[in-house]
Ligand binder design. Structure first.
Ligand code: NDP
Length: 338
């Protein structure tokens, strides 16, 4: 640790690290990025210089052997996550992996097992759990203020920025598409908000002009939870003016979150029930910073990571079931995970 701060090694010279995670680590007060591993040394060195990171490696084993590394943040393309998380576990490093955790449920379970056996913390970067609106919604649901949950609507759409219109829209082998990119977050947030599991899904997918014939840029999923709540998830890459929202409707109240599906701490939450409609006061906090703080606390044995590896395996199972349903045009049972 440097000045008591948790030293992160980053896997991949990635956009999410550049735009969100490095700043969040630096500002967290508890963590510092100390090295980056890139398959390409020139890219890794340039990234490290740009981002003020002391070291760059082009061999993962060399970075994992660096004693300044207390844990690793994995932000490579999705097909690499399995192999790289296993390497972190074998090196005894705590690991925070971005979503989707892997390309299959079996791989994700393998990662969970390896981290458990190695005694390292394994977190999934489902940052939306860290939003003030989502924490407030979960608490209101837990307190029973909505009564029995009947229906959930998730709209998760925006414009995929031009610089991210790469593997996400053209490379199925890297886990491309709106379902693997967005629905996986939505599956997690539904689980988080309700404390319930999605057990059955159906999905339709389409290409509205940004995707390719092999990769959807739009998807609509319907789902049933274990306790019988029905819901839908709408994912879109190609709608610049889409606000993003979640509604939860119960027998005694409804919650409306808006502008809540992004990466920044923003958005509103309204509660509507027999007492009328009112704004739920929120104290926003940087989402990725909250995730990092929870991960570091867990690594120090002082708490739990905001989203575990098991959580990541379960959200992946839902996304993969949606993909299967979109292909088969049949409802799909989500396999039990863990
Ligand atoms: P990028 O496309 O920016 O980077 C992915 C990987 O590609 C990098 O790790 C890097 O690995 C490699 N790479 C970077 N530049 C180049 C290049 N010019 N040519 C070839 N390879 C290159 O991906 P993102 O940052 O958008 O996503 C990374 C992961 O994070 C994904 O799993 C994604 O799903 C997830 N993500 C999560 C978000 C969240 O909010 N939780 C938001 C955005 C992404 P290397 O340097 O080793 O070659």
């Amino acid at each position: 640790m440097r000045d008591g701060r948790f030293g992160f090694g980053l896997i991949g010279a990635s956009t999410i690290s550049r735009e969100r995670m490095i700043g969040a680590m630096n500002e967290s007060g508890v963590a510092l990025p100390v090295a980056v591993y890139s398959r390409d040394m020139a890219r890794g060195r340039a990234f490290a210089d740009e981002m003020g990171i002391p070291k760059a490696y082009d061999r993962l084993d060399a970075m994992l052997a660096d004693p300044a590394i207390d844990g690793v943040y994995v932000a490579s393309t999705n097909e690499r996550h399995h192999r790289e998380v296993l390497a972190c576990a074998a090196a005894g490093k705590h690991v925070l992996c971005d979503k989707p955790l892997a390309m299959s449920v079996e791989e994700a379970q393998d990662m969970v097992r390896a981290c458990r056996e190695a005694g390292v913390v394994f977190g999934t970067n489902h940052h939306m759990r860290c939003g003030a609106h989502h924490i407030a919604m979960r608490d209101i649901v837990r307190e029973g203020k909505l009564g029995e949950l009947v229906a959930i609507r998730v709209v998760h759409g925006a414009l995929l920025p031009a610089h991210l219109q790469t593997w996400r829209i053209n490379d199925p082998s890297a886990g491309a598409g709106a379902i693997m990119d967005l629905a996986v977050h939505d599956a997690d947030i539904v689980r988080f908000l309700t404390g319930d599991e999605i057990v059955e899904v159906g999905a339709m997918s389409a290409n509205s002009g940004m995707g390719t014939d092999k990769v959807e840029d739009t998807a609509l999923g319907i789902f049933r939870t274990e306790r019988g709540t029905l819901g839908h998830i709408h994912n879109v890459f190609n709608t610049p003016f889409n606000r993003g929202s979640i509604e939860i409707h119960g027998t005694r109240g409804s919650l409306y979150a808006q502008d809540n599906m992004g990466q920044s701490p923003a958005g509103t939450l309204r509660l509507r029930d027999a007492d009328g409609e009112r704004e739920v006061p929120l104290v926003h906090e940087e989402l990725y910073g909250r995730m990092i703080k929870s991960f570091v606390a867990a690594a120090r044995g002082e708490g739990e990571v905001a989203c575990s590896g098991e959580d990541g395996a379960r959200s992946l199972a839902v996304a993969l079931a949606m993909l299967e349903s979109a292909g088969s045009k049949k409802m799909v049972a989500v396999p039990k995970v863990g």
